[in-house]
Ligand binder design. Structure first.
Ligand code: 13P
Length: 341
């Protein structure tokens, strides 16, 4: 393992002004997104859509540090035959790959899930590296509800995250460690804070036990945020303040960077939260976005599967990428959103 190189990649992923495009929706998830805009989820449509994003050259080169791909996409070529991975590299962004294989019910723990995909992971990583991937992602899912999460669910998911991270580093790939505490319930922000704190502490304990080099990884957490169905929604300032407090308490300064998931927040909320956190610096790690929905909802709608809408889709994507790029330096203002509308 070359830790200097892993650290270089991890640091580049969280460079100020840039963040990660999470375009790694599984076939099931992208079908849901396409259903919402009335587009059939064929292999060609999925390729055309992602090619549209990766050919947004200015946004990609200025605001996007890396792109997380799904297995199908990493092997696909653009319409003109260029591998999609090459299109990404040409913009200066780093190609990455989602390597978990989704979730399964966790035995003895009703309603809880464990992420799978460790079998043969070492072989898969080797092939992804040869294709150009320099970082990877594994997502664990923790739900908040009555009596959950159990310590069992937190523990087995943290263990799998650390197993994955160690295998990635051995294959010279930077692991993005994503323990996502869902915002689906009616819990308040303080419950989210408390559960996320337990999850992060257990995750870092496992990473240490399994000898993962913290200097060569990126953490992808949820923010401390109210559940979507909670009657009392925390303000932008409260989310920023509590998230920074939580991360300062749980994430060692040796970690080069933190890149948030958006998790169902609206586009503008996800941007405003990140921006507000940067008003509370200086911070010990790079802090940016690794958004899926909050970067793609607008371009998906603008595109709607029509070739004549590619420019509109790219313009919607470029706008969100720029807004989040500014937020990653604390330079975003809501008036910038109105001007673009
Ligand atoms: P969202 O930003 O839509 O939550 O997606 C990010 C991601 O990669 C989830 O695994």
């Amino acid at each position: 393992m070359n830790l200097t190189e892993l650290n270089r990649i991890a640091t580049a992923l969280v460079a100020p002004g840039k963040g990660i495009l999470a375009a790694d929706e599984s076939s099931g998830t992208i079908k849901k997104r396409f259903d919402a805009i009335g587009v059939e989820s064929t292999e060609e449509n999925r390729r055309d859509y992602r090619e549209m994003l990766f050919r947004s050259n200015e946004a990609m080169s200025r605001y996007i540090s890396g792109v997380i791909l799904y297995d199908e996409t990493i092997w696909q070529n653009a319409k003109d035959g260029t591998p999609l991975v090459k299109l990404i590299e040409q913009t200066g962004a780093i190609p990455g790959i989602k390597v978990d294989e989704g979730t399964q019910p966790l035995p003895m723990c009703p309603g809880e899930l464990v992420t799978v995909g460790l079998d043969k992971l070492a072989e898969r990583l080797k092939k992804y590296y040869e294709r150009g991937a320099r970082f990877a992602k594994w997502r664990a899912v923790i739900d908040i509800g009555s009596g959950i999460p159990s310590m069992t669910a937190i523990s087995v998911n943290a263990h799998a995250l650390a197993r994955y991270a160690a295998l990635c580093q051995a294959a010279q790939i930077v692991p993005i460690v994503e323990p996502e505490v869902l915002m689906d319930g009616d819990h308040d922000i303080d419950r989210c804070y408390e559960v996320t704190s337990r999850v992060l502490n257990k995750t870092f304990q496992e990473l240490r036990v399994q000898r993962v080099a913290l200097e060569g990884m990126v953490l992808k957490p949820n923010m401390a945020i109210s559940g979507k169905k909670c009657p009392k929604q925390a303000s932008i300032e409260e989310v920023a303040e509590k998230t920074i407090r939580l991360l300062r308490a749980c994430v060692p300064a040796a970690v080069p960077g933190i890149a948030f998931l958006s998790g169902g927040q609206s586009d503008e909320e996800a941007t405003a939260h990140l921006n507000s956190m940067h008003k509370r610096g200086p911070l010990p790690w790079g802090l940016t976005f690794s958004y899926g929905r909050a970067l793609q909802a607008a371009p998906q709608k603008a595109w709607s599967g029509k070739a004549e809408n590619v420019a509109a889709g790219q313009s919607a994507f470029s706008h969100r990428a720029r807004m989040n790029g500014l937020a990653s330096k604390g330079e975003w203002q809501s008036s910038l959103e109105q001007k673009a509308a």
